[in-house]
Design a protein. Structure first.
Length: 273
């Protein structure tokens, strides 16, 4: 019996995107670097399942490689957020009320004062367009998200009996944070990670749409949407296909995050028919 329908559906959608991205390393139906002008703007057919673009390139092949681009940016950006934000959150909780806690929290407030996409656009505009700078920009915004969540979860644990016992045993706050606090907030971080992953895909698509993300000839779902905006009236599939790819990827991650929350949070008991 499937405990969480959301987890199953979300996992299935994510698996489809992951498989498409993985397979694209070894095989795509057509070479996306080759233009075929006589066959441009073809609607979906037996040879080109999702049609062709204004250069005659196969859209299905571009979607597969675009999935690789989006996932790579989101994975590394979330990794940056977790790798920096989690230790900062643990440190802030261990030093509650001290100067370190105050500096970390005020820094978080400063970042949160601006919309994430605006910050990403500002950073990439200063540092230059490209996938690497997009990763850095998205990763920087993820840091305070994980720092604040980790601190909040850790503070609720520091007065628990097993933490007090560890302190009596002579363990340092750093050791307690990583040996006892971190495993008990891992479920929160996993769920938040799926949410930030979906937001990372959206942010990458948004940056690519305005020309600040992955650069040609690397396919990107956001750039495919930007290229299609002037041809929607006579070739709607150019915008529909990458748009649906973004929707399915984000929907899958959000559903999976909701399902993981139901499964990992002991305070939630959801009965699904």
């Amino acid at each position: 019996m499937i405990r969480s329908r959301n987890l199953f559906i979300g996992g299935l959608l994510c698996m489809i995107v992951l498989v498409a991205a993985f397979v694209s390393f070894f095989w795509t139906p057509y070479d996306i670097t080759t233009m075929d002008i006589p066959n441009k703007l073809k609607t979906p057919n037996a040879q080109n399942w999702f049609g062709t673009d204004h250069f005659g390139r196969d859209i299905f092949s571009m979607i597969m490689i675009g999935a690789r681009t989006s996932l790579a940016v989101a994975i590394v950006a979330v990794g940056i957020g977790m790798g920096v934000g989690v230790p900062l959150g643990l440190w802030a909780a261990a030093k509650k009320g001290g100067w370190a806690d105050e500096i970390i929290m005020r820094g978080n407030d400063l970042v949160f004062a601006f919309p994430s996409l605006v910050i990403a656009i500002l950073i990439t505009a200063i540092m230059g367009a490209g996938a690497i700078n997009a990763i850095i920009a998205i990763g920087i915004f993820n840091i305070p998200v994980f720092a604040r969540l980790t601190r909040s979860g850790a503070l609720s644990l520091w007065e628990r009996e097993f933490i007090l016992a560890a302190r009596v045993a002579g363990k340092s706050k750093i050791r307690i944070s990583f040996e006892h606090i971190l495993p008990n907030v891992a479920n929160l971080l996993i769920v938040q990670g799926t949410i930030q992953f979906s937001l990372g895909i959206l942010a990458e698509a948004g940056l690519s749409y305005v020309g600040l993300g992955a650069q040609p000839p690397t396919p990107s779902w956001g750039r495919m949407l930007a290229d299609a905006q002037t041809m929607v009236s006579f070739a709607p599939h150019l915008a529909l296909v990458p748009g649906l790819a973004i929707v399915f990827a984000v929907l899958g991650l959000n559903l999976m995050g909701d399902g993981l929350r139901d499964m990992l949070d002991p305070k939630i008991r959801v009965v699904r028919s």
